[in-house]
Design a protein around this ligand. Sequence first.
Ligand code: SF4
Length: 404
Amino acid sequence: MKYSYSRLQCFENCPLSFRFRYIDKLEVEAFETIEAFMGSRVHEALEKFYIDRNHGKIASIEELIVGYNDLWKRYLTPDIVVNKEGLTPEHYRIVGEKCLIDYYNRYKPFAIGKTLSTEVMVNIDLLGDGEHQFIGYIDRLDAVNDGVYEIHDYKTSQHLPTQDQKDRDQQLALYEIGIRQMWDDIKEVDLIWHYLVFDKEIRSKRTSQHLEDLKQEFLNVIKRIEEAEAKDDYPAIESGLCSWCAYQEHCKLKKHQVKTKQLPLNKYMTEEGVVLANKYSELKAKEKEFTDWFEGEYNQLAEALIAYAKKEGVEFIYGTDKRVRVAIKEALKFPAAETPERQKLEEILKKDGFWEDVSTLNIRGLEKKIQEHEFPSQLEKILKKYATTEETTRLTLSKIKEND
Ligand code: SF4
């Protein structure tokens, strides 16, 4: 299998969407958002600019903008999706134009560096042994000095990451591994992101140790993908990305919502699942109301009983056919789990050989560790022999968020 950064990223974000996309290869209705459309046109305009520059022609700012607007007109179709209310494609065209004007003014007269390639495909042999092959695309690759290379990435998103986030960015660092495999003379590689909407450049460098660590991180993800494939187990991970997921109608977390959203109101309100979920929600609301009332009453009564027992010096308080025992005694309180004091306490018990007497097996912890494959596989197999599999169900009620 040939990997790519986006393939691994997809698995990290949600293994189930990875399965839909790369294993099942489900066909989904393709649509392009206006943000993606604008980003593509800006990329293309800059690509042409640097190709011309390599041929000795530095386009003027006007030529750059005319080129961009030509591309915009040529490719804009009515089915490009504008999600943000109140905005039109024209708004985005102007944003793209402004990105290019700012970029031009920032880097003119474009005298530094030689562009080796634009939209360059990089093949990355992760460990250099042919076992883990990656493919990636670099917006622009420049050579600035003898042995000094720059990997450029254009961004038109409305989000500006921090320096720290870019210092941990994996994508361009992966491409650096590929670039270093392409030539022998590489002394330095600069990773450069152009956040065009903010007219901001972010630079980062990687040490050889960083690159080695990164290889290990990628290998770990590949291992998890292989395990998921072997077990055919691709869990769904719900996140903010679900709103953009093309597989919602296939996903067990989202398909009921997708199905019912399309129903007219009268059918929606009588749809079996909607009715059941609403009933459950009402019942839980009543339960909470009752529990709040009960706890208030109980606490008041308990306080009154304790006060009475203390005042009268009695342990049993007699009703007509039942009596209440009010046992008051000093209890020992130990430090909470996972605090340093608790750790010390456990160490003392272990050291003095009393741990076995007071500890019990944490079954939930054991199950979680097995489910998440945290034991060595041989031990996992042995432990599983002591377990039986049965279907368990748990209902939880949560609020539907605005962008769910
Ligand atoms: S909708 Fe969310 S949970 Fe479902 S497959 Fe897509 S990303 Fe995963």
